[in-house]
Design a protein around this ligand. Structure first.
Ligand code: RFL
Ligand code: PHB
Length: 390
């Protein structure tokens, strides 16, 4: 088989890149390790920057997003027993974020791809990347007991943190930066109306909590738990009790409880791999970087990588210029590090750090108090949360 761009991974970055390339007539094949059902069943991000929404529109995959996504003009920070609203729209000259689940983004992109008759091979194993330093890259994989080969111009490594692409970088070519946090997020989805009309990020002595949503009838909540916590230790009842203890009284009283239909724990880490290009192999999204979810940036960074890589590939195929591809890694990383910084800052300010002691806690309280009373500080938060310019 031959294609122009071989894409590894059918998460949001691989699917979005595939759809954008389809709009300019560039052929792709996507290789995915998991099944279609598994990919669509993963519950993850919920907040989209305007730039991400625009890019999905450019890919022709934003009709349902425009119909069902919830436009949010602010978020609330909860501490000191009450809510402090950050009016993001007022502070950023009219910008919003859109609440729309990553599961839905993935479904929309997959359906678009299927309708166009483009190839995605699910349940592949032993994906291996070859000769991307030379003129004739190719990818091999196993499926149904046979080995297959795809020759291509470029390989896009969109296969997430645990994928094969980053690990295929030449010995010694990769520099990585990492920070592990001593906690994770226990998340619950339930078919109940949200506690607040906007997201609530809560700092509490018992640990961080987040009230989010997927729709006016579906809530997504998280509580900070120790890194080694087991999800089996959390009945629904225990979860709802712990969540409400961490929220201001008025918000706790507004929580509607109900049976959860998804419950999982995600570890928190910051990770960056540099550079994001090795010959004709490009790393995209979680394959190159991970941020803790506190800033709602992971999926949005994946989309901004896709934007830069798409621009480079378009320049290559249309204008026969490699300039955009040469600039990809540096451009993507400049935006990545700003989101890494923002996500680390939000995480540091809002979580309980056992080792920081009472001093650390007072510093957090002072920072939050300053933040919500200073227009300059609130503006900095708002600008980053709605998404920095490309
Ligand atoms: P993905 O989604 O991990 O997709 C990678 C795909 O590659 C496949 N794969 C392979 N395929 C073939 N061969 C191999 N060897 C392969 N290895 C892996 C995988 O099966 C998978 O299908 O990466 P992508 O596309 O870069 O997308 C990144 C986003 O998924 C991620 O950044 C976000 O989910 C992060 N995130 C959030 N981001 C936001 O922007 N806003 C949020 O509100 C937000 N909330 C979150 C989050 C992530 C969370 N978790 C679970 C870590 C909340 C949580 C709890
Ligand atoms: C979510 O709804 O899953 C969500 C929202 C905001 C975040 C992280 C996750 O910062």
């Amino acid at each position: 088989m031959r294609t122009q761009v071989a894409i590894i991974g059918s998460g949001p970055s691989g699917l979005l890149l595939g759809q954008l390339l389809a709009t300019i007539g560039v052929e792709t094949i996507i290789l995915e390790r998991s099944s279609r059902e598994h990919v669509l069943g993963r519950v993850r991000a919920g907040v989209l920057e305007q730039g991400t929404v625009d890019l999905l529109g450019e890919a022709g995959a934003a009709d349902r997003l425009h119909a069902q996504g919830l436009l949010h003009a602010g978020i609330s920070l909860a501490f000191d027993g009450r809510l402090h609203r950050i009016d993001m729209t007022a502070l950023t000259g009219g910008k919003h974020v859109t609440v729309y689940g990553q599961t839905e983004v993935t479904l929309d992109l997959m359906q678009k791809r299927e309708a166009a008759g483009l190839t995605t091979v699910f349940e592949t194993s032993n994906v291996a990347l070859h000769d991307f330093d030379g003129a004739a890259p190719f990818v091999t994989y196993a499926k149904d007991g046979a080995t297959h080969r795809i020759d291509c111009d470029f390989i896009a490594g969109c296969d997430g943190y645990h994928g094969v692409s980053r690990r295929s970088a030449p010995e010694g070519a990769l520099k990585t930066f990492e920070r592990q946090y001593p906690f994770g997020w226990l998340g619950v989805l339930a078919e109940v109306p949200p506690a607040d009309h906007e997201l609530v990020y809560a700092n509490h002595q018992r640990g961080f909590a987040l009230c989010s949503m997927r729709s006016p009838q579906r809530s997504r909540y998280y509580v900070q738990v120790p890194a080694d916590e087991r999800v089996e230790a959390w009945s629904d009842e225990r979860f709802w009790d712990e969540l409400r203890r961490r929220l201001p009284p008025q918000t706790a009283a507004a929580v509607t409880t109900g049976p959860s239909f998804e419950k999982s724990i995600a570890p928190l880490r910051s990770f960056v791999a540099e550079p994001m290009r090795f010959g004709w192999l490009f790393l995209v999204g979680d394959a190159a970087h991970i941020v803790p979810p506190t800033g709602a940036k992971g999926l949005n960074l994946a989309a901004s990588d896709v934007r830069y890589l798409f621009a480079g590939l378009r320049e290559f195929y249309r204008d026969k210029s490699e300039a955009g591809l040469d600039a990809y890694s540096a451009k993507a990383l400049a935006r990545v590090w700003k989101a890494v910084r923002f996500s680390w800052w939000m995480t540091s300010m809002l979580h309980y750090f056992p080792e920081a002691g009472e001093f650390g806690q007072r510093i957090q309280e002072a920072e939050l108090d300053y933040l919500v009373h200073s227009k300059a500080a609130s503006t900095a938060l708002a600008e980053n949360y709605v998404g920095l310019p490309y």
